[in-house]
Design a protein. Structure first.
Length: 280
C-alpha cells in the first residue's frame, strides 16, 4: 500500500517551510495582523472566540494549514470543508465601522491567507535560511491550492509572493483599513500576557516579543508598539541565536508533530491518519 502524499508531498516548498517549529511564531504575528482588520475582527466578535477560548482561532488556523500541508487529500478536503461550513454563517454589519463582514468574502479570506503566508516566510528566513525569489514564488503557487480549498478565488490573487506581500502593505496604508477595536485589544492582551497553554508557556514570552516587534509599521501603530534600538538589538540577537543553534537540535525540537507524523506515513506507515500526529 502506497501512502497518499496529499496535495503537496515531501519535496514541496509547503513541506519544507511549514514543517519548521519556528515558523509557528508566524501564527501569533498573523493573528495580530488579522485582528487589526476591523471586518475580520467583527467576524471573530460574532463567534465570541476570543472571549470563550482565546486560542481557538489560532489553533484552528494552524490545524487547517497542517492538515492541508501534511495530510492526505481526503483529510485536507475534510478540514477545509469544516472551515467553509463554519464560515457560511459568519456575516453581518460591523458595529464599529458599519462595513459588511462576510467570512466567505474574497478580500477578507485573502487577508487571512496572505498575513499567515508572509509571516511564515518571514520567520523561516529569520530562523532557518534565506529563500530565493523562485523558492518563495513556488511556495506561493503551492499555497494557492490551500487557499482555493477554503474558497479564495485563485484568479484574483497576486501572481507572486512579493505581489501578495505588497498587496497587504498597500491595503494596510489605506486610511481606515486597519482599526483598533475591542477584538484587537483582546488579542493584544492575550498574546502579550493572557492565559497560555501549559506546553508553550516557557517559551511564550519570546514568541510574543517577536510577534509584536516584527509587525510592519502600520500594525505597530494600531497596537501602540514603539520601536527602540535596544528592542531591535535584542530581537535580532535572539533570532540569530535561534538560526545558528537550530541545526544542532534533534528533529523533535525542530519540526512540528504533523511533519514528523507525515514522514512516518510516507516512508513507513501509509495507513496513519492525521489524528495520529500527536504520537510523533
Amino acid at each position: 500500500m502506497k501512502a497518499d502524499p496529499g496535495y503537496f508531498g515531501p519535496h514541496s516548498m509547503m513541506w519544507k517551510i511549514n514543517k519548521e517549529i519556528t515558523v509557528l511564531f508566524g501564527g501569533a504575528r498573523a493573528l495580530l495582523m488579522h485582528a487589526a482588520h476591523p471586518l475580520i475582527a467583527a467576524g471573530a466578535r460574532q463567534t465570541s472566540f476570543y472571549q470563550r477560548d482565546p486560542w481557538k482561532r489560532l489553533i484552528r488556523t494552524l490545524s487547517l494549514q497542517n492538515s492541508v500541508t501534511f495530510g492526505n487529500r481526503q483529510e485536507a478536503d475534510e478540514s477545509a470543508h469544516r472551515i467553509n461550513k463554519l464560515h457560511e454563517v459568519i456575516n453581518g454589519e460591523d458595529e464599529i465601522t458599519g462595513g459588511y463582514y462576510d467570512a466567505l468574502d474574497h478580500e477578507q479570506l485573502l487577508w487571512v491567507h496572505a498575513c499567515l503566508q508572509i509571516s511564515s516566510i518571514y520567520f523561516y528566513e529569520m530562523t532557518v535560511k534565506k529563500l530565493s525569489d523562485e523558492e518563495k514564488n513556488q511556495y506561493h503557487i503551492e499555497n494557492m491550492k490551500a487557499a482555493e480549498l477554503v474558497l479564495v478565488d485563485r484568479k484574483k490573487m497576486p501572481e507572486t509572493h512579493e505581489g501578495l506581500k505588497n498587496w497587504v502593505i498597500t491595503k494596510s496604508k489605506q486610511e481606515g483599513y486597519l482599526v483598533s477595536t475591542d477584538v484587537s485589544e483582546d488579542v493584544k492582551n492575550i498574546i502579550g500576557g493572557g492565559p497560555v497553554p501549559r506546553h508553550i508557556k516557557p517559551i511564550w514570552p519570546f514568541i510574543a516579543f517577536t510577534a509584536f516587534n516584527t509587525l510592519p509599521k502600520e500594525f505597530k501603530e494600531i497596537y501602540g508598539i514603539s520601536d527602540s534600538k535596544i528592542k531591535n538589538f535584542i530581537l535580532g540577537l535572539n533570532l540569530k541565536i535561534l538560526k545558528y543553534t537550530r541545526p544542532l537540535l534533534p528533529p523533535f525540537f525542530r519540526l512540528i508533530a504533523p511533519a514528523r507524523w507525515a514522514k512516518q506515513r510516507i516512508t513507513k506507515k501509509p495507513s496513519l491518519l492525521f489524528k495520529d500526529k500527536a504520537q510523533y
